[in-house]
Design a protein around this ligand. Structure first.
Ligand SMILES: *Cc1c(COP(=O)(O)O)cnc(C)c1O
Length: 372
C-alpha cells in the first residue's frame, strides 16, 4: 500500500455543489471555474465529471485551457484574464476560447487580428476591486469600439469582480452593484458578475452568467454561513494514517522548537502528512484533526513529511488509525477546510491549491449519472 496520504476527490459532491450554484440562480448560466488545476483537485478530471452539466468552463490562462483541450474537454472555455500577449490570439482561435478583455492594449490587439469567426468577448469593468478592468467612465467607448467590429468579436458581456461579496457588511458590495446596474442598463449588456460568495448570498448580482469557483469544491467563502452555503459538501478529503505512537511525560516538548509542551502525561500520534505535501506549516497547536472520526488537535510544529496530534483522549486510537486533515471521514464526520484554514491564518483557497503533486489524487464517483 505504501505511504497512506491521499487526497480523495468526491466527484458526486462536486456535481452536487455545481447544481446548488445553478439552483440558487435559476435564470443564470454558471461557468465552472477550474483554474489552478481546479483549485488543486485536478482540472481534467473535474471538467469530465461536470461536462454533462456545465455550459462553459473558466481558467486563468491559455496554458490551462490547453491542458483541458488535450484532456478532450470540448466545451467553451473563458480566459478570465484574457490574453497576456497579442501573439496568443491565433491559439485562442484554434482552441475556441472566449476572452475577457480588461485593458486597451487587448482591445487594440483584438481589433488588429482577423479571426476566421468572431471571438466571444467579456469586457471587464473595474467597479471597485481596483485590480483589473476599465474604469466605468471608459467602458461605453470600449464597448462600442468592440461592438462595431462584428467580424472580430461577438457575444459581448459586461464582466466585473466583487471585492467584498463575502462580508456581512454589504455596503461596498451594493456600491459596486449600483455602478454595474447603471452600466448594464445604459449599454443593454448581459452581465457576468457573481463569484462564489455573490452566487451564494446576493441574488442581485446574478446575471446572464455567474462564475462560482471555490464553492464548487465545498468551501464556504461567506463570513457568515447562510442556508445555501450550509448545503455545500466537501469535495477533497486529505486523509492519512497514524504511523507511530509515543507516550510522553508532562512537561516534555514535541517536535521542532519544542513549541508544544505536554500539559499532562500524553499520547502523541505521528501522522504521515507535512508541509512537503502542502499541509500548512502555519497551523497552530489546536488545529483540528479527525482520528477515527473523532476530533483531536495538532500538537507541535508541522514537519516536512509528518505532523503530530494529541491522542491522549482517544485511547483506542493507534498505529493505522484513520486520519482526516480536512474533508469527510468514512463514518460521516466532517472537518471543514474553512475551519482548518482559520487555524492557519489563511483561507481554504491556499490550502486547496497548495496540495502538492506528491499527494496522489484518488477520484470517487459512486452515483451513476447519465452519460460520462
Ligand atoms: C477565481 C475567480 C472567480 C471565482 O472566485 P471564487 O471566489 O472562487 O468563487 C471568479 N471570477 C474571477 C475573475 C476569478 O478570477
Amino acid at each position: 500500500m505504501g505511504r497512506p496520504l491521499v487526497a480523495e476527490i468526491d466527484l458526486d459532491a462536486l456535481r452536487h455543489n455545481y447544481c446548488l450554484a445553478c439552483d440558487l440562480a435559476p435564470t443564470s448560466q454558471a461557468l465552472a471555474v477550474i483554474k489552478a488545476d481546479a483549485y488543486g483537485h485536478g482540472a481534467v478530471a473535474c471538467a469530465h465529471a461536470l461536462s454533462d452539466l456545465v455550459p462553459a468552463f473558466a481558467v486563468a490562462c491559455i496554458e490551462e485551457a490547453e491542458v483541458l483541450r488535450q484532456g478532450s474537454i470540448d466545451k467553451p472555455i473563458v480566459l478570465l484574464e484574457g490574453i497576456f500577449t497579442p501573439d496568443e490570439l491565433p491559439r485562442v482561435e484554434a482552441l475556441g476560447l472566449w476572452l475577457a478583455v480588461h485593458s486597451d492594449w487587448q482591445v487594440d490587439a483584438l481589433l488588429a487580428y482577423q479571426p476566421r469567426s468572431p471571438v466571444p468577448v467579456w469586457i471587464k469593468v473595474d467597479s471597485g476591486m481596483h485590480r483589473l478592468g476599465f474604469p466605468p467612465k471608459c467602458l461605453p467607448d470600449v464597448w462600442h469600439r468592440l461592438q462595431d467590429a462584428p467580424d472580430r468579436v461577438t457575444d459581448l458581456h459586461l464582466m466585473s469582480h466583487f471585492a467584498t461579496a463575502d462580508l456581512l457588511d454589504d455596503g461596498y458590495f451594493h456600491h459596486q452593484m449600483g455602478l454595474l446596474e447603471a452600466l448594464a442598463t445604459e449599454l443593454d449588456a448581459p452581465t457576468c458578475l457573481a463569484n462564489s460568495p455573490a452566487t451564494l448570498a446576493w441574488p442581485r448580482a446574478h446575471g446572464a452568467w455567474n462564475r462560482p469557483g471555490v464553492m464548487l469544491y465545498g468551501s464556504d467563502p461567506l463570513e457568515g454561513a447562510n442556508d445555501a452555503s450550509r448545503k455545500l459538501k466537501p469535495v477533497m478529503t486529505l486523509r492519512s494514517e497514524i504511523i507511530a505512537v509515543r507516550d510522553i511525560e508532562a512537561g516534555e516538548p514535541v517536535g521542532y522548537g519544542g513549541r508544544w509542551i505536554a500539559p499532562r502525561c500524553s499520547r502523541i500520534g505521528v501522522v504521515a502528512a507535512g508541509y512537503g505535501d502542502g499541509y500548512d506549516r502555519h497551523a497552530l497547536d489546536g488545529t483540528p484533526v479527525l482520528v477515527d472520526g473523532q476530533r483531536t488537535s495538532l500538537a507541535g510544529k508541522v514537519s516536512m513529511d509528518m505532523l503530530t496530534v494529541d491522542l491522549t483522549d482517544l485511547p483506542q486510537a493507534g498505529i493505522g488509525s484513520r486520519v482526516v486533515l480536512w474533508g469527510q471521514d468514512p463514518d460521516g464526520a466532517i472537518l471543514s477546510i474553512d475551519e482548518v484554514a482559520r487555524h492557519c491564518d489563511t483561507i481554504s483557497y491556499t490550502l486547496l491549491t497548495g496540495v502538492l503533486p506528491r499527494v496522489p489524487r484518488r477520484y470517487r464517483r459512486d452515483k451513476a449519472s447519465g452519460e460520462a
